[in-house]
Design a protein around this ligand. Structure first.
Ligand code: T4K
Length: 390
């Protein structure tokens, strides 16, 4: 591994890239290969591949227990989980969501003819600003979807108050928040339901996968029906539905990864601490903090560059990319500026000042198993070289 001492050592100046093995944000955690192979044998022996198989049921029970909720309904991915939950809650008209989120939160609504209305975020937490939500409520509003971005809980208490005062549904996109908590309570039971993602890049992966968590028996029953075409039993369709089922092979991966989740989170925390300490001396940047009084998965190392800093975000990303360090500017430029929504909200830009600012200043740094202390040290050195040379 190349050491970085000055600007001339950077790949953008013709030197060799620092990393021969690329460093990624969202490199999948693979768990114990032998355990996975044993599950594959089990699947082959039973010849049961999908349709609410035994591994899916075991996965659901373990996730529900981990999050201390009554029901976990596993799905083929997080987006379908959102779509089915939105449909099961009979949302319609307008639904308020943050613009600063993964595009799936908005798509899951517009896919069903519901208008996503973009609220601004709190610049400290990067989650929905309750005051911005209040201003956007109209007679057409049916719900609010909060997003626990980066695994840090949304302002759940305030959002619930707003929903109650205005007779709105409240649900949460908890795609990033596996194993995280709010005021000491695990995510999963807040609002009417919460949605997890087990995509390959998430802290807990099942290749692709997702789930709806809820304590509401009736809601859970209709979500289960909708996940399986509305079939009540082998012949009888009693509900409109789709195919949202998780496969046995996905559940197997999920179960294997669940066994090692504590180790994964420990590594993430170690990496977060290295970045935090290594970059502490740079005045114009902040690593987004995790509340140590809560349970966190530390899956995202989010660095924010202050306005007027000596560092320029996109220049930093290009420099890191040249070194084979694949840092990302996630959720840029905000859903409101993406093609399907841009023309709907021509004024959104001036209405979402904090979203604009955060989207322009965030850079997500590589973490996970492959990021040793030494490799993180190199990333930090490159950031420092650029900082001092700009
Ligand atoms: N709500 C929120 C708030 C979300 O963030 C998401 C998904 C959803 C809802 C919807 O859940 P799902 O329907 O996806 O279950 C990822 C994921 O595709 C997406 O799941 C995730 N959020 C989103 C934030 O990010 P990218 O753009 O990071 O994927 P990609 O292919 O660029 O991968 C990132 C890096 O990871 C790559 O540089 C290489 C590495 N990688 C990736 C994969 C897939 C690997 O090394 N191996 C792999 O298998 O999208």
């Amino acid at each position: 591994m190349k050491q970085i001492k000055g600007k001339h050592d950077l790949a953008i100046n013709g030197a060799e890239p620092a990393f021969s093995q690329p460093a990624y944000v969202g490199r999948p955690n693979l768990g114990d290969r032998e355990k996975f192979h044993n599950y594959v044998d089990q699947i082959f022996d039973s010849n049961w591949l999908t349709n609410n198989g035994p591994l899916v049921q075991e996965f659901e029970q373990r996730i529900a227990k981990h999050h201390n909720v009554k029901h976990c309904i596993a799905m083929c991915n997080g987006t379908i989980s959102l779509e089915i939950a939105i449909r099961a809650l009979s949302l319609k008209g307008e639904v308020i969501i943050p613009s600063y989120t993964f595009i799936a939160t908005a798509h899951a609504l517009s896919w069903q003819g519901i208008t996503p209305v973009f609220a601004d975020i709190d610049p400290i937490s990067h989650t929905l600003d309750p005051e911005s939500v209040r201003k956007l409520i109209t007679p057409k509003t049916s719900a609010i979807i909060g997003v626990h971005l980066w695994g840090r809980a949304a302002h759940i208490g305030q959002l619930q108050e707003i929903a109650d005062e205005n007779g709105l549904s409240l649900m949460f996109d908890a795609a990033h928040a596996f194993s995280c908590s709010y005021k000491g309570t695990k995510i999963g039971g807040f609002g009417e339901c919460e949605i997890l993602s087990f995509h390959a890049t998430k802290v807990l992966n099942s290749f692709e996968g997702g789930a709806v968590l809820t304590n509401n028996d009736e809601l859970a029953a209709s979500i289960k029906l909708m996940r399986n075409f509305g079939f009540e039993n082998a012949d009888n369709v009693i509900h409109p539905g789709t195919n949202g089922k998780m496969t046995e092979i996905s559940a197997a991966m999920g179960l294997v990864n669940l066994d090692s989740i504590d180790d994964v989170i420990e590594i993430n925390k170690r990496n977060y601490d290295h970045y935090l300490a290594g970059l502490a001396s740079l005045a114009d940047i902040r690593i987004l903090p995790y509340d140590e009084n809560q349970s966190n998965n530390y899956q995202y190392i989010v660095m924010e560059i202050e306005e007027g800093s000596m560092l320029i975000r996109d220049e930093l990303i290009n420099t890191l990319n040249a070194e084979n360090i694949w840092a990302r500017r996630y959720f840029w430029p905000g859903c409101h500026k993406m093609a399907p929504y841009k023309t709907l909200y021509p004024e959104a830009e001036s209405d979402l000042p904090q979203t604009q600012k955060v989207a322009e200043n965030v850079i997500v740094l590589p973490t996970g198993e492959s990021m040793t202390k030494e490799r993180i040290g190199i990333v930090i050195d490159i950031i420092k070289v650029l900082y001092h040379n700009n």
